[in-house]
Write a protein that binds this ligand. Sequence first.
Ligand code: ADP
Ligand code: MG
Length: 326
Amino acid sequence: MPDSRMMNKNGMVSVIQTRIRTDPFKNHYDLVGKELGRGKFAVVKKCIEKKTGKEHAAKFLRKRRKGEDCRMDLINEIAVLESAKSNPYIISLHEVYETTSEIILVLECAAGGEIFNQCVADNDEAFTEQDVIRLARQILMGVSCLHHNNVVHLDLKPQNILLTSARPLGDIRIVDFGLSRRMDNMKELREILGTPEYVAPEVLNYEPISTATDMWSIGVLAYVMLTGESPFLGNDKQETFLNISQVNVDYSQDVFEGVSSLAIDFIKSLLVKNPRNRATAEECLKHPWLSGHPHTPLLSSHLPSLEEPVASQSESEPEPDSPAPT
Ligand code: ADP
Ligand code: MG
């Protein structure tokens, strides 16, 4: 566990346990296939470990960005991954390599890609509410582990929530700890971070950031997963920011057609302007929308296989304990 001496004033952890290897990455891995994804400063590619034949995802991070040395940010990203090692819903870190210009994180490969794809998919490929219930519980269990360790993710959005497989729908892996910070022993963190559509009002207003900041983003995530619409997205950045600071959310039947009132109630417990009044990850897991489904298995491996039809899973016969349609 890092103590305060290992942190700088911005909540970044500077001590890690993982050995940083300086021998060539290519001696140990073959890159295969095309890119898995990319962000602002990183490219992620699939690779196979020569020794084991196992598939991994290699995240190539440049150490210099806009002329500045960012090595400490990358060490912080590694430290956060280490702190959540035991949680199945946080992507696991296998190895780290360093070259003169890059740091390479060898991560578990989440082959199902970003949940973003299903959020914007047509009806037959989009998530059902039952899917969202199962995935939201997993996201919350991952985030609750981070928050338990006093870590805030600060960039929770559909591009940073991956799936172990897309079809059949697998399990969640949270990725991208590039903006994550430790909150303990730290003066207030006030920074403009994250992606406009998903950031909480306090971030825009330059007010203190806390674990509640992530909870706002989970509210936005749940909204997008259930409706396919981004609740605060305006025609431009300015309009988006105004929608967020006014908590201008459309909860109408039009948007939430076929979604239970419990789901809407869940979202309403998170899209609350005052961070103190937002539900915590623990509270969310106890919300009736998520806790009222003792028969919904948490893991995809426990779901009935598609080949064996199960009567209670048929669309025409909803389970007796499924949420009442509004
Ligand atoms: P950035 O900090 O640049 O946003 P991310 O860690 O979010 O970098 O990675 C960029 C993209 O690469 C992700 O949005 C995702 O599509 C893909 N990706 C990242 N990690 C993995 C992984 N472990 N398995 C599969 N795809 C990944
Ligand atoms: Mg990202």
